[in-house]
Design a protein around this ligand. Structure first.
Ligand code: ARG
Length: 565
């Protein structure tokens, strides 16, 4: 529809290009103002006329040859040109588009690659709620860009290298055993890691010994590497359990250790490009000019650090995948860090530094969520997910539902509730978490959207009608609540693009919620099954499309919609 309007307007707006027109076209906040409106304010300067006069002029021009089967009328209101689309034309257009299986897909990304670096937990440490957020956001971005036709490379940049492993090896040798680690996994590794720090306060020699173990790792010492690999395998087993719950996958588990043989070349390159400065035995890139602290490249004992591994990673990814964009999803606390790393890439002379994008999210506030923690106060994402599934399963029992696959539904609802709560907020906002709110079937929640979708599916099942065998008649869908639903359906492709452009799955979550609320209103106001055939069929098709789009939108968030719940 937007295209149709853009082409109409273009003929009367010389000097304004079609993209500009498209960007300006908006959907008015109130139905009385029409279906689309075109604000003339930003054109005033270019066309040397007031917005009111531009709008009025366009109205007169368009009215001369208005195709009433397309546009019922145009009108102006304070610098806006408002379009009232012919309802039947509009309904036919939107519903026929939406019936297509490819509705919402685009080819914006065809032939282009996006790398997404997300999840990226740290070996031997707990997978915490922050990691849950990056996993959820990254997975959703992957689905959104895939829908736009991009080739998306999903990378889990595991924190699997660094001085902390020297500490861990030492701690293991001093205070743990094979049995304990095998029994408690990451919880045990974390226990001795914390213990190391306590002990090292009393006995500073421990720090030196730990550093020595890391140097051994970097020089490929057999014992050191064997222990490291064992900690790695144990951690991956736990991480994979979480990925399975979330139904998240990766193309590569290339963590920091993958780049160790590529670091020397980076240091040499930085050296050659005269970017390295000695500072107290360490090597740094001075970023004072850019109002940032220096980027540390190697330590005084020669061991590598996080930043140089990331620089090597970027060069490797560019060479290997030739990405159009490389996106990083981490907590806000790494904002400065990524600005530093990207600056170094720029200083190295790589023009693609502009295509490195760090998106960061706010904290997860667990205050309202009582959780039994495995040890101390450490919260494991896996425990949250399992608790959500348990609670969802209790609700299902309470409702005494005769579901075929109760377990699968409880999983979709529990996990879906957590994901939805995360994505319904804009990324930068911190997420408040209370069980009652997250799992409430009547709130702005995942379960509410899933329930609405299941209700629509059940209406279709009960109707005993095959969608392919029936037709709709636009005449029967002109009432206010059907029309509101149809208008919303028409926005789905734009919502996907907006989410993609702004790196914000939030817009899709908000859309899924609004679509559900609007459907419930329609369902309340329009009787479906008890109407006469023509009306019934039209409403069934609208119901069919709505549930299809809710499922599709939820799928873009990484949430499954059960058939029944
Ligand atoms: N492992 C890091 C953490 O847990 C996140 C890594 C993000 N990705 C990167 N390429 N640095 O905070």
């Amino acid at each position: 529809m937007k295209n149709v309007l853009c082409n109409l307007l273009k003929d009367y707006l010389t000097g304004v290009n079609i993209d500009e027109i498209e960007n300006l076209l908006e959907i008015p906040p109130k139905n009385e103002l029409g279906d689309y409106s075109f604000p003339c304010f930003s054109l005033a300067k270019k066309l040397r006329k007031s917005p009111n006069i531009i709008a009025e002029g366009l109205k007169q021009d368009l009215e001369k040859s208005l195709d009433k089967t397309l546009i019922e009328k145009v009108d102006t209101a304070g610098g806006y040109l408002n379009f009232f689309i012919n309802k039947e034309y509009y309904i036919n257009k939107v519903l026929n588009d939406a019936l297509d299986d490819d509705y919402g897909k685009s080819d914006i990304g065809t032939g282009k690659t996006i790398c997404i670096d997300y999840s990226s937990p740290n070996i031997a440490k707990n997978f915490h709620v922050g990691h849950l957020r990056t996993t959820i956001i990254g997975n959703s971005l992957y689905k959104i860009y895939s829908k736009q036709g991009y080739n998306v490379v999903r990378i889990n940049h595991l924190g699997d290298w660094g001085t902390q492993f020297g500490k861990l090896i030492l701690a293991y040798k001093n205070w743990s055993s094979k049995e304990l680690v095998e029994k408690d996994g990451i919880a045990e590794l974390l226990r001795i890691y914390i213990m190391f720090h306590d002990e090292a306060e009393r006995n500073p020699n421990l720090m030196e010994e730990a550093r020595a173990w890391f140097v051994k790792m970097e020089s490929k010492d057999k014992e050191a590497l064997e222990l490291w690999k064992w900690f790695y395998d144990i951690s991956i087993i736990e991480f994979d359990r979480i990925y399975k719950l979330l139904d998240v996958d990766f193309d590569y588990y290339t963590g920091e250790s993958f780049y160790i043989d590529k670091l020397q070349a980076v240091v040499c390159e930085l050296e050659e490009k005269n970017l390295l400065v000695q500072s107290q035995g360490a090597k740094i890139v001075d970023l004072d000019k850019y109002c940032m602290p220096p980027c540390l490249i190697t330590k005084s004992d020669g061991s590598s650090i996080y930043a140089v591994r990331d620089i090597a990673t970027i060069l490797y990814r560019k060479n290997t995948f030739d990405f159009d964009k490389c996106i990083y999803v981490t907590g806000m606390e790494q904002m400065l860090y990524f600005s530093q790393v990207f600056k170094v890439i720029e200083l190295m002379g790589y023009g693609f530094y502009n295509n490195l994008i760090h998106i960061s999210y706010g904290l997860v506030n667990l205050e309202g969520a009582k959780l039994s923690t495995r040890s101390g106060n450490i919260v494991y994402a896996e425990d949250i997910l399992n608790e959500a599934i348990k609670r969802a399963s209790l609700t299902i029992k309470e409702k005494n539902l005769s579901l075929v696959d109760k377990e699968e539904v409880a999983k979709s609802v529990g996990v879906g509730a957590i994901i939805f709560n995360d994505l319904i907020n804009t990324m930068i906002k911190s997420v408040d978490f209370t069980w009652d709110r997250v799992l409430n079937y009547n709130g702005a929640t995942g379960p509410y959207v899933q329930y609405t979708c299941a209700r629509a599916k059940s209406i279709l099942r009960k109707s005993n009608i095959k969608i392919d065998d029936i037709n709709f008649n636009a005449k029967n869908l002109k009432d206010a609540s059907s029309y509101e639903l149809i208008k919303l359906i028409s926005q789905y492709p734009d919502v996907i693009n907006e989410s993609a452009n702004k790196y914000e799955p939030h817009f899709i979550a908000k859309f899924a919620l609004l679509l559900s609320q609007t459907f419930n209103k329609f369902y309340h106001e329009c009787s479906i099954i008890n109407s006469d055939d023509e009306v019934k069929n039209s409403r069934l098709i609208l119901t069919y499309i709505t549930q299809k789009i809710i499922s599709d939108a939820m799928n873009l968030l990484g949430i499954k919609c059960p058939e029944e719940m």
